[in-house]
Design a protein around this ligand. Structure first.
Ligand code: GAR
Length: 197
């Protein structure tokens, strides 16, 4: 069984896709051992609790410095003894003490086709706003390993999604989630859990 820790900050629809995938058997040999949020109010924490998964919050607001927060984050991760850390809408810059402790063991879902619309400042709705502003005809999502850069690690899976003429950032975000993110994130975890990484 691959022990997975999922890090979240918001609604948690990608977390839900993982929970559902494990339940349906499309993600095999995997258990989510802890869900960790930096945001106490993240609905993702409720999703975890409903699924009977331990849900914890490590908030930067409770620490005097970024360094103290980073240490607490790493401690909470370590306590769960994960084989794999999945960033599913986790809007915290991963500290180098974490990437050093878990080389090639952290993956992230990003809502564009990397290397487009990624890096510092590109997260959530901002990614889709930028894609629409540039006028691309296709966007999509990417699952990649996390290294010390922002969205720079090796790519595991990508899936393109068509941009339609009347799209708003919100409409495009939803289509990218439905047609790409909720498929490729569970698929990547299943691959890694079953020796196809
Ligand atoms: C997702 O679209 C994910 O790709 C994005 O945040 C959203 C979280 O939604 N992540 C990033 O932008 C990371 N740079 P969710 O909480 O419903 O899964």
């Amino acid at each position: 069984m691959l022990r997975v820790l999922v890090c979240v900050s918001g609604g948690g629809t990608n977390l839900q896709a993982i929970i559902d995938g494990i339940q349906k058997g499309t993600i095999r040999n995997t258990e989510v051992v802890r869900v960790l949020s930096n945001n106490q109010n993240a609905y993702a924490l409720e999703r975890a609790k409903k699924a009977g998964i331990e849900a914890v919050c490590v908030s930067p607001k409770d620490y005097e410095s970024r360094e103290e927060f980073n240490k607490a984050l790493l401690e909470s991760v370590r306590a769960a003894k994960p084989d794999l850390i999945v960033l599913a809408g986790f809007l915290v810059a991963i500290p180098s003490i974490m990437t050093a402790a878990y080389p090639n063991k952290i993956i992230n879902i990003h809502p564009s086709l990397i290397p487009s619309f990624c890096g510092k400042g590109f997260y959530g709705l901002k990614v889709h706003e930028a894609a629409l502003a540039r006028g691309v005809k296709y966007t999509g999502a990417t699952v990649h390993y996390v290294d010390d850069g922002t969205d720079t690690g090796p790519i595991i899976l990508q899936k393109p999604v068509e941009v339609l003429p009347d799209d708003t950032p919100e409409v495009l975000q939803k289509r990218v989630m439905e047609q790409a993110e909720w498929t490729i994130l569970p698929k990547a975890i299943d691959m890694l859990a079953n020796g196809k990484g």
